[in-house]
Design a protein around this ligand. Sequence first.
Ligand code: HEC
Ligand code: HEC
Length: 234
Amino acid sequence: MIPRSLPGMLVLGALFAAAAPAQSAPDGKQISAQGANGAPACITCHGARGEGNPAAGFPQLAGMGGRYLEEQLNAMANGSRVSPVMAATAKALDPAQRQAVAQYYAALPSTLDTDQLAATAMHPSKPADTGAWLATRGAWDKNVPACNQCHGPGGIGVGENFPALAGQPAAYIAGQLRAWRQGQRPPGPLGLMPAVATRLSESEIDAVSAYYAGLPTAAAQLAAQANAPAGAKQ
Ligand code: HEC
Ligand code: HEC
């Protein structure tokens, strides 16, 4: 029925205005798939599911904290986090677009098998296995807690502030630890990571980065062994 009265027309007008607002909120999914303001589509590097690309060194984004991702985009845009690859992309997006695309990736399910990964935390490691030892035990002689204590068992990430490490490219993890040592990344919550990174040696950085990069594969192997029928163990 077509309203003839003036109030009826006003109601209809308001409905149309609400359906097609002049300034629509940015669409994070669309930015990820198509880019925006000249910034390239995120999926070309970070993958269609936000899973990243270990071979190319592109980190996974799916399931990370939304505030964390937004803060990283802001830091790469203002240069306090030095990233030659991401700077122009982060700068091209306006703050509302950065927030929208961060929220989009935060809401995507992580591609990690968190049960398998968490089980690796119970697997005994030896001090000589530097990466595994740092991840599960830390280096208390120099006040470095186990990485898993903050990043979760198996490096699966915890809540908004502690990003997942499992499956991130080794070069990426090592690059971030060195960036903190060189003041090329903001300190983050309570300055926790600069404190950790400055206490690690170069070879410890490489070892723990390789450990987390390889952890999804190692976790799948451990799970397969545990599930093997009795007598089939090697
Ligand atoms: C050309 C490839 C490429 C494209 C396109 C790209 N990224 Fe990145 N992204 C990277 C690389 C490489 C890094 C690691 C940065 C570093 O080493 O400093 C990164 C890092 C990030 C991080 C930090 C992740 C973390 O764990 O701290 C976020 C967030 C991010 N990108 C979001 C985006 C978004 C959103 C888009 C699309 C608008 C996008 N990226 C497009 C390559 C790319
Ligand atoms: C006391 C808590 C704590 C401990 C222990 C800790 N981290 Fe972190 N880590 C954090 C926090 C908080 C962040 C997020 C920093 C930010 O927001 O910039 C972080 C971020 C990171 C990142 C960046 C991830 C990304 O997506 O860019 C890496 C890499 C990392 N930590 C590696 C390690 C390693 C390796 C260890 C063990 C040697 C470790 N962390 C131990 C708290 C911790």
